[in-house]
Design a protein around this ligand. Sequence first.
Ligand code: SAH
Length: 300
Amino acid sequence: MVPTPDAAWSVLAVSVRAEAAEAVAEYLRTLGATGVALHGGGRRLRVVGYFPPGGGYRARMRALCRFLGDLEGWGLDPGPARVRHQRLRPADWTRSWRREFGPLKVGRRLWVMPAWRSADLPPGELAVLLVPGLAFGTGEHPTTRLCLAELERLLGPGDTVLDCGTGSGVLAVAAAVLGAGRVRAVDCDPLAVAAARATVARNRVATRVVVEQDDLAAWLPRQAPASLVVANLETELIVRLAPLLAGALALAGHLVVSGVPRGRASEAAAALEETGLTLVRRRGRQGWCVLVSRALPARS
Ligand code: SAH
């Protein structure tokens, strides 16, 4: 599972203003990067491109510096850009791979792994390929892992799924990989939408997964009832959206919410039960919780 390249890879890291980061990431891909990651947050981001062994880094470095110089003319100010080149020996690669990018086993048979790895898995095991760092959701965060485990547990062939706040698209694509018939995903952040669409394309599930840019409050009421709704969001948002999340569920469907710190689980559970849902499971991981509830017919 862990890559064992026999020669050094080349890594170009560029620190730029956030507004220019996507353009730089795209340019690194056109220069031949087989993986690109965005790190950090706030006003500056570090864009890192990984180039397979084979040389040519000086030409790439020159082209990148020219590109950065031209960016401002297109209205995307990279700010004082710093470019660093590094060679990554197999030993380092293995270490940084494990630290930053998995591959991660996130369920009984589900893996999340970087997009530039070909999925080389034992029969019966499934992989979601991700470009790490582009948006929230590398599969490493405990809340994402809790949701992935529930998707694996609950999904059956042909199920319909809504992914509320898709980030990198990890949950939407995992649902499709696990056999969901149709998945609709939404995020209000255009960078997340771009990342999720890239994840969908990379995993070849575009016929079953649609990603839209919208606010959940407007989007949820427009959705046909789904057999599974997953929402890994902040607790305030879950509490506020609870009636809309419940309203998007088909009868007997499951609602999976996470992003809830342990100390706030009962507050989130109360908001869900208030909508008429029945809480069926609560699990925790590193101080975080996932709550699973169901739309069951009222007992008379
Ligand atoms: N589903 C991924 C990402 C969760 S992070 C995972 O489990 O790892 C939460 C995502 O919800 C972010 O990408 C954020 O942009 C999005 N989000 C937050 N509030 C939203 C809203 N009101 N409408 C739509 N998306 C929202």
